[in-house]
Design a protein. Structure first.
Length: 369
């Protein structure tokens, strides 16, 4: 597939770290929440191996925040998600599917509870802020909603603990997964969460002070030399192996959380009120007719710029591939597909057309690893 340059404009924002990553050799971008998101530093496979063995620093400033504060902030945040947040605690992160009145997914962010009346919704690529403002206006909620100036740096990989401990001390490695706290660097406090879009362990640094963030960026690479630190970005191979879903790729507004395997984040038997609750109850009662599953394909390369149909032996469509990549671990193409109900059996076989050639594949459970 031919690649094209991204034309810069006010509609596509650079990040505070853009000049640094360009000096470090970024060779591809995507656009995420109207902002540049690095998509490649050299080979995808080389970056995959490095991420699983060492430590990387990611410019993920495109992961924007929607801040909701005020007297009715908890009501609004709960109205947006099917996960029960009534017992949520300050200092914790919560993975929360956001749905509309028809139970269609709007986003699948991580929500940070900063205090009892202040929240950050750390969003995937969609305009959640407009959805939140619409609900707040319609319900006449007493809230303030805006996008704060927060530019996230992610530190990911098995050596992330050692690198972060060198800079912030032993307290940071004692933090539990999906917890967050404030840590000082150069006289400036930074909110740091034990989280990230990989399964290789790591942290996300929510940078509010740009000058301090740039100094911290440089410090991470200076101190990280002994840990073989490199610039990186979310890795397609690693996320598919780990079944880390990508909103807009693996799922969108035409899908509901139950179809996407997010049952444990759907609380229908509690008293909390959220948009789409009645519809989700109906879906659960009737049962889903399709769901996301893994697939393994007997091929050594693939590109999935759009969904690709999966066909059975009778040439009937059984589903569609939504994400895919060659896995060095399996030495085959692996992917995430939405499959129709008659075809959920593990080892169900299918055919797929890749670059005008037909390949065989089979269905499997998620995650792969």
């Amino acid at each position: 597939m031919k690649n094209y340059f991204i034309a810069r404009s006010r509609r596509v924002r650079s990040t505070p770290y853009t000049s640094r990553i360009e000096n470090q050799g970024v060779n591809a971008y995507t656009v995420y929440n109207h902002m540049l998101l690095p998509a490649a530093f050299g080979s995808l496979e080389d970056s995959y191996h490095h991420l699983k063995e060492h430590v990387q620093v990611w410019d993920v400033a495109g992961e924007r925040q929607v801040e909701i504060s005020g007297k009715d902030s908890a009501k609004l945040v709960q109205l947006m998600t099917c996960r029960d947040l009534s017992k949520s605690k300050v200092g914790r992160c919560y993975y929360c599917p956001i749905i509309d009145d028809k139970a269609g997914l709007i986003n699948d962010p991580v929500i940070l509870k900063l205090d009892e009346q202040r929240w950050w919704i750390s969003i995937a690529d969609s305009d959640v802020i407009l959805f939140a403002k619409g609900l707040a206006i319609g319900k006449k909620f007493d809230v303030k909603i805006f996008e704060p100036n927060v530019d996230i740096l992610a530190v990911q990989g098995p050596k992330s603990f050692k690198l972060m401990e060198k800079i912030f001390g032993t307290k940071i490695i004692e933090m539990k997964f999906f917890g967050f706290d404030y840590f000082e660097f150069g006289g400036v406090k930074h909110l740091i969460a034990r989280s990230g879009w990989s399964k290789q362990n790591g942290y996300e640094i929510y940078v509010e002070n740009t000058e301090s963030g740039l100094a911290l960026y440089d410090k991470l690479f200076e101190v990280g030399k002994e840990f073989n630190v490199k610039p990186g970005c979310p890795n397609l191979i690693e996320r598919i192996e780990s079944a880390l879903l990508s909103y807009g790729n693996d799922m969108d507004n035409n899908d509901n959380p139950l179809e996407c395997g997010l049952e444990k984040y759907v609380n229908l038997d509690t008293d909390v009120n959220f948009l789409g609750k009645a519809k989700l109850k109906e879906v659960k009662k009737n049962g889903i007719t399709r769901k996301l599953m893994g697939v393994i394909i007997e091929a050594n390369e693939i590109n999935v710029p759009k969904s690709i149909n999966l066909i059975d032996e009778k040439n009937l469509k059984i589903g569609e591939l939504r994400s895919g990549a060659y896995s060095p671990h399996f030495k085959k193409v692996i992917g995430i597909a939405m499959l129709d109900k008659p075809y959920w059996e593990v080892s169900q076989t299918f055919k797929i057309s890749i670059n005008d050639s037909i390949f065989e594949g089979k269905v499997c459970d998620l995650p792969f690893i």
